[in-house]
Ligand binder design. Sequence first.
Ligand code: GDP
Length: 445
Amino acid sequence: ATFGTLSDRLTETFRNLRTKGKLSASDVDGTVREIRRALLDADVALPVVKDFTAKVRERALGDEVNKALNPAQQVVQIVNEELIAILGGEQRRLEFAKNPPTVIMLAGLQGSGKTTFAGKLAKQLQGEGHTPLLVAADLQRPNAVTQLTVVAEQAGATIFAPEPGNGVGDPVRVARDGVEHARRQQHDIVIIDTAGRLGVDAELMKQAADIRKAVDPDEVLFVIDAMIGQDAVNTAKAFQDGVDFTGVVLSKLDGDARGGAALSVASITGRPIMFASTGERLEDLEPFHPDRMASRILDLGDILTLIEQAQQAFDEAEALKVAEKLATETFTLEDFLEQMQQLKKMGSMKKMLGMLPGMGQMKQQLEDFDEREIDRTEAIIRSMTPGERRNPKVLNGSRRLRIARGSGMTVTDVNQLVQRFEQAAKMMKTVARGGTPNIPGMGPM
Ligand code: GDP
């Protein structure tokens, strides 16, 4: 996953440091050297790396570390703070216009994920009660309008596109007409998808700049593929000079990118990263929080994002009901099934588990986690009678055989599920009582 190697190397560096009491100047230099190498290997731009390591070094040699009770911990804290700084510091949200519609223009290379992001953003805004209009001003790629139409449909948003078969069309006019249309139809937000090229070129820049001039957007979001590595800096600079933008969207952060783009773009351009796109589904969009991202990189966990996602997927009344059942020990396999369906709504288990602190050290288990496990578990529970789901104690050999046949699994699978359920119920009971479940490998940093 993104930042995987960087994260591993930084945590490894700090682990070595942790065995030391006081830190000598050469301990600090060694640590800074390793951080520097790790960042360069992750494709972070050289000027950013230089600046970052100089700051860390200076602070690590200063009094705040010297006087700290736990110097190594203090160094981690410094690296964390400096990481947050290069990721842009504070989180920046979309700014809405005082007089709607708010116009949001997207720019970026072809394939960067603009169209996908347009759909994700529309869906998210729609969920918040807005009425976004998607405008297809990418008339370069033959498929672009169709693709945006599909995305709009999935997001349940309205699209404004030039009539098909209407010749080449003028993207600037489409953009302007789109905003006009939104005003008339009382859409409070307009999202304009623009054309990209595979590489930066003058014509593309001019078109984007012309659209910007014509519609005077409230936000211009530059979408950049996190996987493009060292090219990120040049691409970002070219767009900043050619069109300029108010914020950055990092796409494909779910991929195997080394993360350099993320760590370079904000500090090179001075523009905040506002969103992280983390998958192909429309739900896979997160607001970008520099502090949470830094925590993820340093494997300090990202509990806040996890909780927010849980809150989006779970209904509060539902959660109370479950807590009540756990406390009174009436939690059954039927509830378990329901919970699993809720979990599926939250998206990938792997992604969620990866946000827990210390999970970096459990990488293999994470990799081995099979998302289909949930489906198999569901199949088994569905093959049980309501009575069996409520009281698994009645599950004797012949019942287990019947369930195995019914679900296409083996008796061993059924046995394992029942056993796992009992363990999970026990663990959840501990949590419900306010305790900490004992998950192996999750020791404190
Ligand atoms: P555009 O040319 O800038 O409009 O890019 P698209 O939105 O068409 O995206 C290009 C490709 O990247 C498509 O295959 C998308 O499904 C894929 N894609 C976009 N965003 C993400 C993301 O966050 N994660 C992953 N894995 N794929 C993405």
